[in-house]
Design a protein around this ligand. Structure first.
Ligand SMILES: Cc1cc2nc3c(=O)[nH]c(=O)nc-3n(C[C@H](O)[C@H](O)[C@H](O)COP(=O)(O)OP(=O)(O)OC[C@H]3O[C@@H](n4cnc5c(N)ncnc54)[C@H](O)[C@@H]3O)c2cc1C
Length: 306
């Protein structure tokens, strides 16, 4: 029996058969519609299953990668070796008084809408961020002056050893679009948010205003990964790119958006290689013109195509 078949059999002992896929095409799971295949793609239905997969990964030295909604990830054309874990089946959202508990696979947009229904304020900023709760915590996602750090109370994670652990918000060292999750190797299972009772109409008015701003400024008609770069101290990435006259520049099917310079869109069947080459071209041009280093917000993972 070859190694891949052995891993598959072991996964079937831990996760239901219909939730274990082999050689899964990842671009269907990504906002950019780019990327190769995953050796294994699993969608666990319980925390225990996730713990067991982490333990298997440790014992048999099989790497694993978390994939949320794929809205801040570029996966290379050679795909991902090992196991990709997606928590789409763990998407429950509930409330208790002024707190909302959302499982990691729930969309942060749905969590924000749920908060509106419960007349709880604090998650309005997230009403247009297309990630999951897990991805939003990992990235400390934020918009229009709000971020996860402002509302997170605590979260349950599976740590590197496969143990279930409760972490307080301060344990994650949340900062501008970062957390210590990549260093600690935690898998976020669920997050508890502390919110403030407010009238439905007040919350709705803020959400409507932010939605209008987002829809009028962002090229939502094309696949993309949102803002590619972080805001450099003292500047705006979009303005630097605009002033470098890069809007409309393309490599293969990837293009610097004409609508929002901070976005790179997959306009016409781009490959990941096109997309990454364009990111590097933008970084180089802005550095030459303005002496500013643009740091990527979007994460690039996976292997090059052979
Ligand atoms: C059109 C558009 C608009 C956007 N607007 C915004 C915005 O306004 N503000 C903003 O902050 N971002 C924005 N983004 C980026 C993106 O939506 C956020 O970063 C989001 O939080 C990513 O969540 P995700 O579930 O898609 O994560 P993914 O892209 O799937 O993954 C991101 C990282 O999180 C890790 N991860 C995912 N789930 C877990 C988990 N359960 N446990 C541990 N690690 C995990 C992944 O391994 C990966 O490293 C936008 C993107 C798009 C496409």
């Amino acid at each position: 029996m070859d190694k891949k078949q052995k891993i598959y059999n072991k996964l079937l002992d831990l996760v239901k058969k219909e939730n274990v896929k082999v050689d899964e095409v990842l671009k269907d799971h990504l906002y950019t519609k780019l990327g190769g295949k995953a050796d294994f793609f699993i969608t666990p239905t319980s925390y225990k299953e996730i713990q067991n997969v982490v333990k298997l990964s440790n014992e048999d030295d099989i790497p694993f990668t978390l994939l949320g909604n794929g809205s801040n990830l570029i996966i290379k054309d050679g795909g991902i070796r090992g196991i990709v874990i997606n928590l789409k089946h763990l998407d429950d959202i509930s409330s208790d008084g002024n707190t909302i508990v959302a499982q990691s696979g729930a969309r942060i947009i749905d969590t924000s809408r749920y908060a509106l229904k419960k007349h709880l304020s604090g998650l309005e900023f997230a009403c247009g961020i297309p990630g999951t709760v897990g991805g939003a915590l990992y990235m400390n996602a934020g918009a229009y002056g709000g971020e996860i750090k402002d509302v997170l109370d605590y979260a349950y994670v599976v740590d590197k050893q496969g143990d279930l652990v409760k972490r307080l918000a301060s344990d994650f060292e949340l900062d501008y679009r970062t957390s210590n999750i990549p260093d600690n190797g935690d898998i976020v299972l669920e997050a508890t948010f502390n919110l403030k009772p407010t009238s439905y109409n007040e919350i709705k008015a803020v959400m409507d205003d932010l939605t209008f701003k987002r829809e009028s400024k962002q090229p939502l008609e094309y696949p993309s990964c949102g803002s590619v770069f972080k805001r450099p101290p003292g500047y705006f990435a979009g303005k630097l790119i605009q002033d470098s006259e890069l809007q409309g520049t393309n490599i293969g099917g990837a293009e610097v958006s004409k609508k929002h310079a901070g976005f790179i869109v997959n306009k016409d069947n781009a490959s990941t290689t096109d997309y990454i080459s364009l990111i590097e071209h933008v970084q180089k041009t802005v550095k030459e013109k303005f002496g500013v280093d643009l740091e990527r917000e979007v994460r690039i993972i996976g292997e090059d195509k052979e």
